[in-house]
Design a protein around this ligand. Structure first.
Ligand SMILES: C[S@@+](CC[C@H](N)C(=O)[O-])C[C@H]1O[C@@H](n2cnc3c(N)ncnc32)[C@H](O)[C@@H]1O
Length: 441
């Protein structure tokens, strides 16, 4: 394995002792990490952690026995589980800084949504377009975005070139977390040794170039492109940055906050290494794009929409479940997506997914799981019950629970929504989707 790995690194040089430490750390597992919501006090974290230096909302678990995904706090949406290396790109996009007004972000290669969910927290009154061209990867992306409780996003499923032709020149930030050879995944057994082969690296670099060529045209003049990978091959990282910098209007945007992780003379490339930073490792770069042809192809957030054909009528039941009726929505077969009124005007025309309000089984409409979790926007459930820890555990395990309400009702633990029950005669029938069920430790 060593020879191909040395070749894979390209011009990145390392002394032999360091290379030995790198290849050993590459093949080992690193502590699990969590990324907290901006509104959570780190004092309230229920298991032992240490802060991650490059991202203020990230923590590594110090007790290997703890499974963060089996805690009530995870079910309540307090944090997301994410490798510490992934948080380098989030730092480059300033996703942990206070929400910035009207920020329009495109996550160009979004599934399964680890980074999109963090970006969503940083947009304030802005909007996130999470794009994922591979259809089969949209369901996990949609599930993770719903967990944020936000309705300020849409999912598209377009090749970047087509997306550029529809929405060129409008985004403040584009994250291109491109598909790559994935060498950082070797230690988790999620990647084969082919990840270090010349063919794989060249193939990935070429595909990423095509994606990046569109990414720069999605940005408004002065917008920021964040490129990231989870691989160490220079050809997929710094070389790509140099290629971008050779284009007119693309300049490096150095990030003071990541100065300790700077990787080379491009001045805007950063790396984490498994042997130095106790994580799987990653690459991120930040570039400013002032392209001449970056002329908005679509109006910005809040602009007046063109009159569209009348949308299909909403089922009347929505009025019983929620305290407001959505004005911006789309009935897409057996599911209804609902957006805030000031969502960008192009949303309905591009959506392959969005914040779910309801779904249909047979002829019956039911409130969507994501709508129970909503923290922002108009769509708030009319009925809710607060439960104790024992009842919350039973609910998360899929059991019915006692409930004096009648009809659809959101179950909350310490004020945070867990999901729906449909209640009658003192019992709440469990409507938690299989993906959200869990055994609490
Ligand atoms: C590294 S993963 C993204 C991980 C994601 N950003 C996260 O943090 O959860 C790369 C994604 O790009 C998608 N992809 C594959 N080909 C693509 C293309 N031509 N354009 C855009 N995305 C593509 C893959 O399906 C995959 O979901």
């Amino acid at each position: 394995m060593l020879e191909p790995l040395v070749a894979a690194l390209g011009n990145v040089s390392m002394r032999p002792e360091e290379f030995a430490a790198f290849s050993a750390a590459l093949m080992s597992r690193h502590p699990s990490a969590v990324r907290y919501r901006q509104d959570i006090d780190p004092q309230d974290i229920a298991f032992p952690v240490r802060p991650i230096p490059w991202y203020s909302l990230g923590y590594q678990c110090t007790d290997p026995e703890v499974r963060p995904s089996r805690t009530l706090s995870y079910a309540a949406g307090d944090f997301f589980i994410q490798d510490a290396g992934s948080m380098l790109a989030l730092a480059a996009a300033d996703a942990d800084r206070p929400p910035q007004r009207d920020r329009l972000i495109c996550d160009l290669c979004a599934a399964p949504g680890g980074k999109s969910t963090a970006l969503l927290e940083s947009i304030g009154d802005g909007f996130l377009l999470a794009n994922e061209p591979i259809q089969s990867r949209i369901a996990p992306l949609a599930y993770n975005l719903a967990r944020t409780g936000s309705d300020r996003y849409a999912i598209s499923s377009l090749d970047p070139e087509r997306l550029q032709s529809r929405l060129g020149g409008i985004f403040d930030v584009v994250l291109a977390d491109v598909p790559c050879s994935g060498q950082a995944l070797l230690g988790r057994g999620k990647q084969s040794l082919a990840a270090v082969s010349k063919t794989q690296i060249e193939h990935s670099a070429l595909r990423a170039k095509r994606i990046l060529a569109s990414a720069v045209h999605l940005l408004r003049p002065g917008g920021r492109l964040v490129l990231s990978t989870c691989t160490f091959a220079e050809a997929e990282n710094e070389s790509q940055v140099r290629w971008l910098l050779d284009q007119d209007g693309v300049t490096s945007e150095p990030l003071d906050r990541l100065a300790d992780y700077a990787s080379d003379e491009t001045g805007c490339s950063y790396r984490l290494w498994p042997h130095r930073h106790d994580c799987a490792g990653s690459f991120a770069a930040s570039l400013r794009c002032d392209l001449d042809d970056a002329i908005p192809a679509a109006p910005a957030i809040g602009a007046k929409r063109k009159r569209r054909k009348k949308p299909e009528r909403l089922p009347e039941e929505l009025g019983d479940w929620f305290d407001a009726t959505p004005q911006r929505y789309q009935v897409a077969g057996a599911v209804i997506w609902a957006w805030p009124e000031d969502a960008p005007p192009w949303v309905e025309s591009i959506a392959a997914g969005g914040p779910e309000a309801a779904y249909r089984t047979g002829q019956t409409w039911k409130p969507a799981h994501g709508a129970a979790l909503r923290r922002t926007g108009a769509l708030r459930a009319t009925e809710g019950i607060e439960v104790d820890a024992t009842t919350a555990q039973r609910f998360l395990g899929g059991e019915p629970i006692p409930c004096e309400a009648s009809g659809w009702c959101v179950v909350r633990y310490q004020g945070r929504a867990l999901g729906w029950v449909k209640a009658s005669r003192g019992t709440g029938k469990n409507h938690l989707p299989a993906a959200a069920r869990m055994i609490v430790q």
